[in-house]
Design a binder for this molecule. Structure first.
Ligand code: SAJ
Length: 434
């Protein structure tokens, strides 16, 4: 039987390398769709937890724990740290981390190690699919070369290669896997079609076949685009502050114009994708990409802008105590990776301030808002968590040392704040209006 036939009748055996927030939900969903799946992770404690039907991923992930228990209990998903378990697989899917260095260059150490290890045990004619986000050209040049060296065979003959970039979002891992369209980049059009058939077992949205490099450009391009969009919103907000307008009203009216979609100015851009993927895109060319670098610089400067607004509100950072609302990188999330709040805290502490942070979702930051706010010289909103809408500003004003509020996500009722005696500043609003 051909690989396509084995995929069609679900007799194809699927392997995963990397059982994190990308690989584990994918392995569970393929197993739940009726395919035999083996998952490999080098972290033995993670493997042991999964074998005990425990979910080793933090945060609330609807359905994932029950699907994991079901597929491990039924033996549809087997997990191990032994890479040789992949020797029986028809398809091996790689979901390992692809971070960037401090100089913004990609670091492929984990990916190369995984690819070479897989190549050392890969069955004849098997399909290797990279889900990790990589720079344009990486699969066609680096990954193919690593596999040809490890298998001592040629791409398209000894093995086949695909790139199906992940489109996960913490908090919606299962829903995104099912509902987000995917791009299936194949080392040949036939392989791209085979990938489309494979992912159709799990993905209810479209799976668009294309080539390896196009798939890489789609993923890094879509997130670089979002970063530029956010940077534009942050710059437009800055103009509104000096021009005496309200960014939210300007944004609303601009977006009435067909084809316009100004996003939201904010206290910074964090997370696992947007801060990294623009640099992965840029690494795909020798050309300078000033727009990509400029957008990153604009967004990375927003935490410091929040500090400037505290100073503009009349609070000198040296010796001050600042109460910050929000540690996570995103509203209603417990994910604090690359959190803009970390940058704000560093900026403020470097200027002599003491900073206390509240966050109802992030472990270690759940003290009450009152505890964090009491005695502080300013209240700074970094994340648009629902709990920060409709705050009792009279009560908070009574326990603050100074009634100063700086809103980086436009969730504070500024009229109520001023009525409660606050000096307020907000991103995208002039001092007189905020
Ligand atoms: N942010 C703004 N202003 C905005 C939107 C976001 O300041 O208008 C900030 C957020 O506060 C956060 C950061 O940018 O700190 C990233 O926010 P995000 O909404 O882009 O959320 P992410 O990082 O989870 O991005 C994911 C990405 N999805 C995948 O990679 C599969 C991204 O491609 C999606 O566009 C995004 O979710 C989405 O649309 O929700």
């Amino acid at each position: 039987m051909t690989l396509r036939e084995r995929i069609a009748d679900k007799s194809a055996r699927i392997g995963f390398v990397g059982l994190g927030y990308v690989g584990l939900p994918a392995a569970c969903l393929f197993a739940d769709a009726g395919l035999a799946v083996v998952g490999v992770d080098r972290l033995t404690e993670r493997v042991a937890a999964i074998a005990r039907r425990e979910l080793p991923i933090e945060g609330d992930e609807p359905e994932l724990a029950s699907i994991l228990a079901r597929v491990v209990g039924a033996g549809a998903l087997a997990v191990t740290s032994d890479i040789t378990a992949l020797a029986a697989c028809d398809v091996v899917i790689l979901c390992v981390d692809t971070p960037i260095e401090a100089d913004h260059r990609p670091r492929y150490g984990a990916l190369e190690a995984a690819v070479r290890a897989v190549g050392g045990v890969l069955a004849e004619g098997a399909l290797v699919i990279v889900e990790s986000t990589v720079s344009p050209g990486t699969c066609r040049t680096k990954v193919a070369a690593w596999l040809e060296a490890a298998t001592r065979g040629a791409i398209g003959v000894r093995f086949h290669l695909g790139h199906c970039p992940e489109r996960v979002m913490p908090g919606r891992l299962v829903a995104n896997m099912r509902e987000m369209p995917r791009v299936a980049g194949g080392s040949s059009p036939e392989i791209a079609e085979t990938m489309r058939l494979l992912y159709a077992h799990v993905v209810r949205a479209d799976v668009d076949p294309t080539d390896l490099t196009t798939a890489e450009l789609v993923k890094t391009g879509e997130n670089a685009f979002r970063d530029v969009q956010i940077a534009f919103a942050n710059q437009l907000a800055r103009v509104c502050e000096d021009a005496g307008a309200d960014f939210l009203e300007v944004r609303r009216l601009v977006n009435r114009s067909p084809g316009r979609n100004v996003l939201f100015a904010g206290a910074g851009v964090g997370g696992h994708c947007i801060p990294k993927d623009p640099w992965l895109l840029a690494a795909g060319t020798r050309a300078e990409l000033p727009l990509i670098a400029a957008a990153r610089a604009v967004n990375d400067a927003m935490p410091a802008r929040m500090g400037e607004l505290v100073q503009e509100a009349g609070v000198s950072l040296a010796g001050a105590t600042i109460a910050v609302l929000g540690q996570a990188y995103l509203e209603s999330s417990d994910d604090a990776r690359n959190s803009p709040t970390d940058a704000f805290v560093a900026w403020a502490r470097a200027r002599g301030a003491t900073v206390r942070v509240h966050d109802p979702f992030v472990a270690g930051f759940e003290r009450s808002i009152e505890t964090v706010v009491a005695g502080a010289d300013a209240l700074v909103v970094m994340v648009a968590h629902p709990a920060y809408r409709g705050l009792d500003l009279v009560r908070l004003g009574a326990i603050l040392r100074r009634r100063v509020c700086v809103d980086g996500r436009r969730v504070i009722d500024l009229e109520a704040a001023r009525a409660a005696g606050f000096t307020t500043r907000a991103l995208g609003l002039a001092p007189t209006r905020s």
